[in-house]
Ligand binder design. Sequence first.
Ligand code: GRF
Length: 212
Amino acid sequence: MKPVNIAVLVSGHGRGSNLQAIIDATRDGRVEGRVALVIGTRDGAPAMDRARSNGIPAAEVAPKAFSSDTEYAARIVNLLHEYNADLVCLAGYMRILPSKVIDAYRWRVMNIHPGLIPLFCGKGMYGEHVHQAAIDYGVKVSGCTVHFVDEHYDSGPIILQKVVSVEEGDTAGDLAARVLAEEHKAYPEAIQLFAEGRLKVDGRIVHILPKP
Ligand code: GRF
């Protein structure tokens, strides 16, 4: 098994806590691989600084700097090839990834969502909106979902989910913090399953193959 080369994509003001969790997991052996590159839509985002302070190249690729989505996608794909990325992890990337990138990396792009898909997801459902919606609905559990990325928001096949309880009197911030702690475990676990070649996509279903 060859160590997996990971590219992480972040957006805007991304704080990069999932990026850090992935880096930490590659360094303590929970993930057999390394973060080869971080691509961000805006330099100066905390996630970009975090990458550089960990000695990882961080490239700004601002969508507005390109005259079309096709050119934006081509720049991302070129960088992914240049850094020999095997897997692309969206971590706080707030846009629909251009379909040219998804095509080039079919079932090799993952995302993490701070809710239990298919609940409280889709366009506009990000950050505290997700947690507030969960609290307002009155659900008793919430959690996070790692899934493969397709052409729509939060709709690709689910790799794994982790559940937390929603406690009486929780604010969106309280729930966000409880879910985030699980995100930091879930993303490295999903990446390691990928690294071990144990994820098999069959329509909507991701089969997790037994350890060889
Ligand atoms: C996380 O809550 C993740 O689920 C969502 O964006 C947030 C990114 O947080 N997709 P961070 O930048 O990794 O701290």
